[in-house]
Write a protein that binds this ligand. Structure first.
Ligand SMILES: *Cc1c(COP(=O)(O)O)cnc(C)c1O
Length: 381
C-alpha cells in the first residue's frame, strides 16, 4: 500500500527523543523553547512562537488570545478540517463560512469581500477571519489583510498544511498580514512532533496571552499579577486556561525534524512537479498555485468527473493506492447542520467536494511510486 501521507523518522530523530528520556525534564524543560526558536528562525524572525500539544489547541489558544467569546462570529473556509471552526465554538462564539475559490480551492477573496459588505450592513461583522492554506498553498494574504484593515477584524492563518511554504517571498508564519499563524505537527503533516502545534505572532502581548492560556491561566510574572507577590514561590491564576503544553519528547523530535524541513519541502516540490508532468495526458484538474506563492505541498489534490469519483476512489484503494478526500465540507457535518448551517450556501465547496481526490505525496515516496499512482489513476479512469 502506498499511503497518502507518511512521516519520515531517521536515527537523529530517535536519538533526540531518547536523550530527553534520559534527561531531567520530560516536560517544561529546555526543548520546547528550542523548538519554538527553530520555528521563529523558519519564519524569518520578527515573531514569537508558542508551542502547544496540537494545532487544535493552538487554534483554540489563538481564539482565546484574541478574546473571541459569546456574541462574536469567526469566519473560515468550509473546505478544512473540523478543528479550524471548532476552535471558535470552544470559545462560545458562532461560526460562519466563506465559500472557496473555484481555482485555488482556498477561501475566495471575492466571496469574503461580498460577505463583509453585507455583514457590515447587518451589523454582524466577524471578529476573526481564519483563512486555511489548503494543501499547503498560501491564501491571497495581502488581499485578506487589506480587508482586515478596512473592516477591523483579526486574522488567524490556519497554516496546518503550510510550514515551508511562502507568500510574496516571505515564509508562511511570519504574520505579515495576520495576527496569529498556526502550524500542525501531526504525523501526516510536513514536519512532525507526533502530536503538536505552534502559534506564531508579531505581537508580544498576544504571545504572552497564548502562553498564559496554554498553562492554566497561571503567571509567575509580577507585572501580570493583580497584587504584589507573597514571595518567590508565588504564582497567580489571572484567567481560565488549559493544560495545552507540548512535552519535551515532542519538542526534541520537532527540533530534529526542523533541521530537515528544507529537504522535506524540496522533495515534495519535486514530486508535485513530477505529478504535474505525468498527469498532463490524464483528464484531471491539477492544483493551482498563486504566482506570488510557493506551496509547501502537504497534499496533492486532483479534481475528477464527479460521476466517476467514487468508483475511481474504490479502484485506487483496490490497487493499494492510499487515496483520500480532503475535505468533507464542514457545514455539511451533522453537528454543524444542527447549529443551522447549510452546505448548499457554499456551491463552490460542494462542487470541489464532489470531485476532489488526494493522491499520495510524502517525503519518502519514490519517483516509481508516483509513476505507479499515475498508472493506476489512468487505468481506473
Ligand atoms: C491537521 C489540521 C488541524 C489540526 O491539527 P492537529 O495538530 O491534529 O490538532 C487543523 N486544521 C487543519 C487544516 C488541519 O489539516
Amino acid at each position: 500500500m502506498i499511503p497518502y501521507g507518511r512521516q519520515s523518522i531517521n536515527q537523529d530523530d530517535i536519538d533526540a527523543v531518547v536523550e530527553v528520556l534520559r534527561s531531567d525534564f520530560l516536560t517544561q524543560g529546555p526543548m520546547v523553547p528550542r523548538f519554538e526558536s527553530a520555528i521563529v528562525a523558519q519564519c524569518g524572525g520578527g515573531v514569537e512562537a508558542v508551542a502547544a500539544n496540537s494545532a487544535t489547541s493552538a487554534l483554540h489558544l489563538a481564539c482565546m488570545a484574541l478574546d473571541v467569546g459569546p456574541g462574536d462570529v469567526v469566519w473560515t473556509s468550509p473546505i478544512t478540517f473540523v478543528a479550524s471552526s471548532n476552535s471558535a465554538l470552544y470559545c462560545g462564539a458562532d461560526v460562519d463560512f466563506v465559500d472557496v475559490d473555484p481555482l485555488t480551492w482556498n477561501m475566495s477573496v471575492e466571496a469574503l469581500a461580498t460577505k463583509l459588505a453585507d455583514a457590515e450592513v447587518h451589523g454582524r461583522l466577524p471578529k476573526v477571519v481564519m483563512p486555511v492554506h489548503l494543501c499547503g498553498q498560501p491564501c491571497d494574504m495581502a488581499a485578506i489583510g487589506a480587508l482586515a484593515h478596512r473592516y477591523g477584524f483579526k486574522v488567524v492563518e490556519d497554516a496546518s498544511h503550510a510550514i515551508g511554504g511562502s507568500y510574496g517571498g516571505a515564509p508562511v508564519g511570519n504574520c505579515a498580514y495576520s495576527d496569529i499563524t498556526v502550524f500542525s505537527f501531526h504525523p501526516v503533516k510536513i514536519v512532525t512532533t507526533a502530536e503538536g502545534g505552534v502559534a506564531t505572532t508579531r505581537d508580544p502581548a498576544l504571545a504572552e496571552r497564548l502562553r498564559l492560556f496554554r498553562s492554566h491561566g497561571l503567571t509567575r510574572n509580577p507585572d501580570e499579577m493583580e497584587w504584589e507577590p507573597d514571595g518567590p514561590w508565588y504564582y497567580q491564576q489571572v484567567a481560565l486556561g488549559y493544560n495545552y503544553r507540548m512535552t519535551e519528547l515532542q519538542a526534541a523530535l520537532g527540533v530534529s525534524q526542523m533541521t530537515r524541513l528544507d529537504e522535506f519541502i524540496a522533495r515534495r516540490r519535486q514530486l508535485a512537479a513530477l505529478y504535474d508532468r505525468l498527469l498532463e495526458a490524464v483528464p484531471v484538474l491539477k492544483p493551482h498555485v498563486l504566482p506570488n506563492a510557493q506551496s509547501a505541498w502537504h497534499l496533492y489534490v486532483v479534481r475528477v468527473d464527479a460521476a466517476r469519483r467514487r468508483a475511481l476512489f474504490e479502484a485506487m484503494r483496490a490497487a493499494d493506492i492510499g487515496v483520500n478526500v480532503h475535505y468533507i465540507p464542514v457545514p455539511s457535518q451533522p453537528f454543524y447542520r444542527r447549529l443551522g448551517h447549510d452546505p448548499a450556501h457554499y456551491p463552490n465547496a460542494q462542487a470541489y467536494y464532489a470531485e476532489c481526490i488526494s493522491i499520495p505525496l510524502y517525503y519518502g515516496m519514490t519517483d516509481q511510486d508516483a509513476q505507479a499512482v499515475v498508472t493506476a489513476l489512468q487505468r481506473s479512469l
